[in-house]
Write a protein that binds this ligand. Structure first.
Ligand SMILES: Cc1ncc(C[n+]2csc(CCOP(=O)(O)OP(=O)(O)O)c2C)c(N)n1
Ligand SMILES: [Mg+2]
Length: 808
């Protein structure tokens, strides 16, 4: 059963749709191969030969992608294409009029079609970026959950539901994150998700293990997926019905992967020899082999399910339910190309001579390589008509736009005399949770089993947990007292995940693209312990690369978590915050700062496409995601009015908590929960050092980014460009020493000395933490007040500082 469009002979005497699809399949493979062959940007290997471009990986999916893009996909469906199938994707989009010849000519080049499909850099309707294998796969699963979340909250009903589809390289299934996602999908009642596995039994290095399909089948079934195996193409299915066919089928089924691949590469004569050697004397099957020419025999043996359009179309169209479905499609890596099946073909390129043969086989004249209909056996008008009516191409806008969700002018919070930023975060969300406005309704939180310990509890009590089906809190119904109301419903606004930080970030990636995918803006917040960012780091990077919009709240952090010990203390995360593109990172010390930052963040998460602001040289108008590094350390709060000036400075990254005088000898710059030590140190130095300054750094990341951008602007001739940190340090005398300190890697702030050339000593944590009291650890790692004073004495001019106690 194939689609009606395929079933129907469209016009008497004219090619039917299956013929058109077959011709397009050939054309797609030609265009992708030509794109790669033609590109000037491929690596040269040590012999000076060009390699790369992923011709073989692409060819493996040519049939399936032809079936999908030209027939099966509906406009609402969204696809994550296996990264190295990018040339096939771009070729398809070119035929659909969504990709330009110019960009294909520049494939893998500057501003050309991207080596791996990119939402942000490609122009041809990429739904999800891919590149780091395994992540695009999981993205589809969480996008499906996001779609359900959006709809169950009453939004997006004006659009049809889409299927979230991943085209998966079989070796991608070695990535653990795929299975973490499958498990979570099962818990969350996943639907509308298809994973089509390109089971070519080859990875980058070689041919993969035998029998993996059986493990995959079992595994997916265990998690409630339907599994459809596309093993035999229609030629094979017909041959199996011939006398001797059963014997041939048994041989195919028992043939090891590497032998099958080797024979595919070797071709018809090799097939004949092998088959004759192994089963040739067995009556009917000999006839079955003998009656075929070498070419016919090769065509039969290569006719795996994933390369047979009719088989593929039938299988895809047959799915009428919304259960998650895994298709295991047998394919050949490099199908249709001279290196098909060769274990070394991953980076293989056709030689010019092979390309010429391929050109002839495709009836393409030299100079007409880019002509869309060149050499096709079907009339151009018919093809044009077909392409114009392809369902997938009917979507008007694939990157949807949404109105801005208004953010309150200020986020309310009662600042206690002493509190931690983590408590502050919980209190701010709790206040938001009281609201009935649209802003509050668009917030969705998620956490990998650390909801309560990251202070999301009060918010969850108010807004409930999300599940497709309501589930009462048994403790509540049994009237057992509990602080937390653990009730699930389709209206809940918190998604509770298992302990898998990788899943958290891919979920944030999916929730954070809801505006573009579902046309419904969500404001996602994910919480986790700061050190475990590293667990999901590639996923975080991926989410940022795709330009998903979310807030990561990482708490607790640093050695401040003293008794928890080194396994839970984070050291390098502030550097991640500094370096990660697409992520504005903050480490506030005070709760009023946090409220300002969060308010700004909710607006920032929604921005897109603006210019760099010349006020702070940051890309504020372009928007992005936000990382808040918080702490459980209670810190005495400063009771102060929040002025516009202070608000802006907090968001820009720093302000003077104590402005240095004109004769200042020392400046201390600190970030985060170490504030009391910095304040104490400044107090201790006051008698012996003049005009000591204290710089509160709320975002080393933004200070650094602004500084770099302003320098670049000056180098380009904008002589008046000044960043926020340059303005702050402008009046600090040149002889002044600077001590920077944070509970994290010292390099995060040590660069501050380079801004205006101040001699600087960067304090922080460089080695794994350990258990101890706060005072012991701060002293041990040299970030307590004494250490700050000692550092100041060492680098700044002046007499010895009296209060400096001997350090151990
Ligand atoms: C996380 C990650 N590790 C390594 C790579 C490098 N890499 C690119 S393709 C590939 C093999 C993929 O094999 P498979 O998924 O089976 O696709 P095929 O080439 O067979 O089409 C590898 C290891 C990558 N892209 N991402
Ligand atoms: Mg493979």
């Amino acid at each position: 059963m194939i689609s009606r469009r395929v079933d129907t002979a469209l016009d008497c005497g004219m090619a039917d749709t299956l013929d058109i699809l077959r011709a397009l399949e050939k054309k797609v493979l030609w265009l992708a191969s030509w794109t790669i062959h033609n590109a000037n940007h491929l690596r040269e290997n040590t012999d000076g030969l060009k390699v790369g471009g992923h011709q073989a990986s692409s060819a493996s999916l040519a049939t399936i992608m032809t079936a999908l893009y030209f027939d099966v996909l509906k406009p609402a469906d969204r696809v994550a294409v296996k990264p190295h199938a990018s040339p096939i994707f771009h070729a398809i989009q070119y035929l659909l009029g969504k990709q330009t010849q110019e960009r294909l000519e520049d494939f893998r080049g500057y501003k050309g079609a991207q080596s791996y499909p990119s939402r942000t850099k490609d122009i041809d309707d990429v739904d999800f970026s891919t590149g780091s294998v395994g992540l695009g796969v999981a993205q589809t699963l969480f996008s499906s959950l996001t779609q359900d979340y959006v709809r169950l909250h009453g939004w997006g009903a004006e659009r049809p539901e889409g299927r979230m589809i991943a085209l998966v390289g079989d070796a991608e299934l070695d990535e653990g994150n795929v299975f973490e996602a499958v498990l979570e999908g099962w818990k969350q009642g996943l639907r509308n998700c298809w994973w089509i596995i390109d089971y070519n039994r080859q990875s980058l290095d070689a041919v993969v293990r035998e029998g993996l399909w059986e493990r995959y089948e079992q595994l997916f079934k265990n998690f409630g997926w339907d599994v459809v195996i596309l093993k035999y193409g229609s030629l094979q299915q017909a041959a199996f019905k011939e006398p001797g066919g059963a014997r041939l089928k048994a041989w195919i089924d028992s043939c090891p992967n590497s032998l099958y691949s080797a024979l595919v590469f070797a071709g018809g004569a090799a097939w004949r020899k092998r088959l004759n050697d192994e089963i040739g004397d067995q009556g009917n099957v000999s006839k079955l082999i003998e009656k075929r020419s070498d070419a016919e025999l090769a065509a039969l043996m290569n006719n795996l399910g994933g390369h047979d359009l009719r088989t593929v179309l039938d299988a895809l169209h047959a799915v009428k339910h919304d259960k998650p479905t895994c298709f295991i499609a047998y394919t050949i890596k490099g199908f249709g190309l001279p290196f098909a099946g060769h274990k070394d073909n991953h980076s293989g390129l056709m030689t010019p001579a092979q390309m010429d043969t391929f050109r002839t086989a495709n009836a393409v004249r030299p100079g007409h390589e880019w002509d869309k209909f060149e050499g096709m056996p079907i009339a151009q008008a018919r093809l044009e008509d077909f392409l114009a009516n392809v369902p997938r191409a009917q979507a008007v806008e694939r990157q949807l736009k949404t109105p801005h969700i208004a953010v309150p002018a200020e986020l309310a919070v009662t600042v206690q005399p002493t509190m931690s930023t983590q408590t502050g975060f919980g209190a701010i969300l709790n206040e938001i949770g009281r609201g009935t406005d649209e802003f509050a309704s668009r917030i969705v939180t998620a956490s990998p089993d650390v909801t309560v310990s990251t202070n999301l509890g009060p918010w969850v009590n108010r807004r409930g947990l999300f599940a497709r089906e309501a589930l009462a809190d048994t403790f509540k119904s049994e009237q057992i007292p509990s602080t937390f109301n653990w009730e699930f419903s389709p209206k809940g606004q918190h998604i509770e995940l298992g302990i898998a930080e990788a899943n958290l970030f891919i979920l944030l990636s999916a929730l954070g693209l809801s505006h573009a995918i579902n046309g419904v803006r969500l404001l996602p917040i994910g919480t986790l312990y700061d050190p475990f960012i590293a667990r999901g780091l590639d996923q975080l990077n991926y989410a940022c690369y795709q330009d998903a919009r979310f807030m990561v709240v990482a708490t607790p952090s640093g050695i401040t978590l003293a008794p928890e010990g080194g396994a839970h203390q984070s050291v390098s995360e502030p550097l991640i915050g500094l370096a990660q593109d697409g992520l504005a990172s903050f480490e506030p010390a005070y709760v009023d700062e946090l409220a300002v930052i969060m308010r700004w963040a909710f607006a920032y998460m929604q921005k897109s496409g603006g210019e760099i602001s010349e006020q702070n040289w940051l890309r504020d108008e372009t928007g992005g995601s936000v990382y808040l590094r918080l702490s459980t350390r209670p810190v005495e709060q400063i009771q102060r009015p929040m002025t516009d000036e202070l608000r802006q400075a907090i968001v820009d990254g720093a302000y003077w908590l104590r402005k240095p005088g004109p004769n200042a000898q020392v400046v201390v710059a600190y970030s985060g929960a170490i504030a009391p030590e910095a304040i104490e140190a400044v107090g201790l130095m006051a008698e012996d050092r003049r005009d000591v300054g204290l710089l509160a750094v709320t975002s080393a990341d933004r200070l650094n980014a602004g500084w770099t951008a302003a320098q670049r602007a000056r180098e380009r001739g904008l002589v008046h460009a000044r960043s926020h940190i340059e303005r702050l340090l402008a009046d600090v005398p040149a002889h002044c020493g600077m001590v920077t300190v944070l509970d994290g890697h010292p390099a995060t702030l040590a660069w501050l000395g380079a801004v205006s050339g101040h001699r600087t000593r960067g304090l922080g944590v460089e080695h794994f933490g350990q258990t101890g009291s706060l005072a012991e650890l701060y002293r041990h790692y040299g970030i307590d007040a004494n250490a700050i004073v000692a550092a100041a004495q060492a680098i700044a001019p002046g007499r010895p500082i009296r209060h400096l106690k001997a350090l151990p």
